[in-house]
Design a protein around this ligand. Structure first.
Ligand code: TYD
Length: 138
């Protein structure tokens, strides 16, 4: 697979005033897709590794709206680690990348937006299968 689509950090506008901060996320405006699904992860211990999968079709934007976590993104031939620690920054993750979320702070609330509704069939949970599928796309 000749990849032209990598993870991207997205900074969101903060519409704050003396009453506090406000961040607005509109599909296809602030988020690079129409939002079909929202879920959030909290209460994970610091030694827990979540994710550990790739998705054939789903794209995601991850935002730590409270606390901190890290996401390791593995493209098969290269890796990067992104620190999620600001409620006004997100990371866009394209399909067909392997991802691990870890190092959750005890107050971490990790908000995840996706372009697709949940379909367990499009999750790849075996790393060797992921590598094989990537090769097949070359
Ligand atoms: P899982 O994919 O293991 O979470 P993560 O990879 O983000 O750590 O999902 C945990 C459980 O929740 C699993 O039984 C599938 C279910 N689930 C849904 O039903 N819908 C969803 O959108 C997601 C993300 C998970």
């Amino acid at each position: 697979m000749v990849r032209d689509n990598y993870a991207k950090i997205i900074g969101f506008n903060q519409l704050g005033d003396e009453r506090g901060h406000l961040v607005v996320l509109e599909g296809s405006v602030d988020i690079p897709f129409e939002i079909a699904r929202v879920f959030y992860i909290y209460g994970s211990d610091t030694d827990v590794i979540r994710g550990q999968h790739a998705n054939k079709k789903s794209e995601f934007v991850l935002i730590n709206v409270n606390g901190k976590s890290k996401v390791k993104i593995d493209y098969g031939d290269s890796k990067e680690v992104i620190n999620l620690n600001e409620p006004h920054m997100g990371v866009y993750i394209p399909s067909m990348v392997w991802k691990d979320m870890y190092d959750f702070s005890s107050d971490s609330v990790l908000l995840v937006l996706s372009n697709m509704k949940y379909d367990s069939e499009e999750y790849i949970r075996d790393y060797q299968e992921y590598l094989k599928l990537l090769k097949g796309e070359e």
